[in-house]
Design a binder for this molecule. Structure first.
Ligand code: SAM
Length: 272
């Protein structure tokens, strides 16, 4: 008789396991994995999405933090030649170790909500490897990812993710699809890294700095929040009205401010 492993969901690992077959099927259809695809699943849990991904014939690596889930996953999938399990923290996972070709990796996951933002930033630092990403996230996070300028959802997350990716809010998922049900609504998002960045910054670290500084105090004017980085005249010469608040600026305007800072730092370095 095969041994059956029992697992109790753990809050500290953000474990809310999908059990609604209709929702699982809809997610798998959105991902549309194909034989020959190179896939990475973050947090496979008890394998709700894993099975369908493996059935597609795609080559699938999974990264799961919870050691107690390893025997459960192995029991179900270890005999599949397209399955490869890594036990560890996805935030520390070296995506280059997968030896995937540029723009090939398809990343999926019903993500633990506590790590979703740092994980997306970790993945974006390897954006050149990635073909696309499909994530289940807290609905509010998806709304921030997909937001446009002018509203309260537009901020550091929207800008830095949209710098690298096209964002599509695909559909919402209620708490009843999970066991145990989370206290929040969820949504599926698709992120597709741009083949060519629409608004490339001279130095994307300076873009991050300007955006972080600007949104630290989102009620204040840019002239005020950016005063340690750029003078009023420099803001104006980047074609930006310094009396605006950060949420009124689009990505292109933030890139112009970051490039202005880059020029200013370069001319300071030259003068020294
Ligand atoms: N994919 C499964 C599903 O849809 O039913 C599980 C989703 S559950 C919301 C999140 C999963 O991520 C859990 O299995 C949890 O143990 C795992 N996890 C949590 N933190 C992680 C981390 N830092 N790295 C990798 N996996 C993690």
């Amino acid at each position: 008789m095969t041994e059956q492993y029992q697992h109790r969901a753990r809050k500290r690992f953000g474990q809310n396991f999908l059990h609604d077959a209709g929702v699982i099927d809809r997610i798998l259809r959105s991902i549309n994995a194909k034989s020959g695809d190179r896939m990475l699943e973050i947090g496979p849990g008890q394998g709700a999405l894993t099975e369908g991904l493996l059935d597609s014939g795609a080559q699938l690596d999974v990264v799961e933090l919870d050691k107690d889930l390893v025997p459960i996953l192995n029991q179900q999938f270890a005999d599949r030649s397209n399955f490869n399990l890594h036990q560890g923290d996805a935030l520390k996972f070296d995506f280059n170790s997968l030896d995937a070709a540029p723009n090939s990796l398809r990343v999926v996951g019903n993500l633990p909500y506590n790590i979703s933002t740092p994980l997306i930033f970790h993945l974006l630092s390897n954006a050149g490897l990635i073909r696309d990403m499909h994530f289940m996230l807290q609905k509010e996070v998806v709304e921030r990812l997909a937001a446009g300028p002018g509203g309260g959802d537009w901020g550091r997350l929207s800008i830095m993710v949209q710098y690298h990716c096209r964002v599509e809010h695909l559909f919402n998922v209620g708490p009843g699809a999970f066991n145990p049900p989370p206290k929040v609504d969820s949504a599926i998002v698709r992120l597709v890294p741009h083949a060519i960045l629409p608004h490339p910054a001279k130095d994307h670290r300076l873009l991050e700095r300007v955006v972080r500084e600007a949104f630290n105090q989102r009620r204040k004017t840019l002239r005020n929040t950016l005063k340690l980085l750029l003078s009023s005249a420099e803001i104006e010469s980047a074609g930006v009205d310094g009396s605006l608040r950060p949420e009124q600026l689009d990505l292109a305007a933030f890139v112009r401010l970051a490039d202005k800072l880059s020029d200013q730092l370069a001319s300071k370095a030259e003068a020294n």
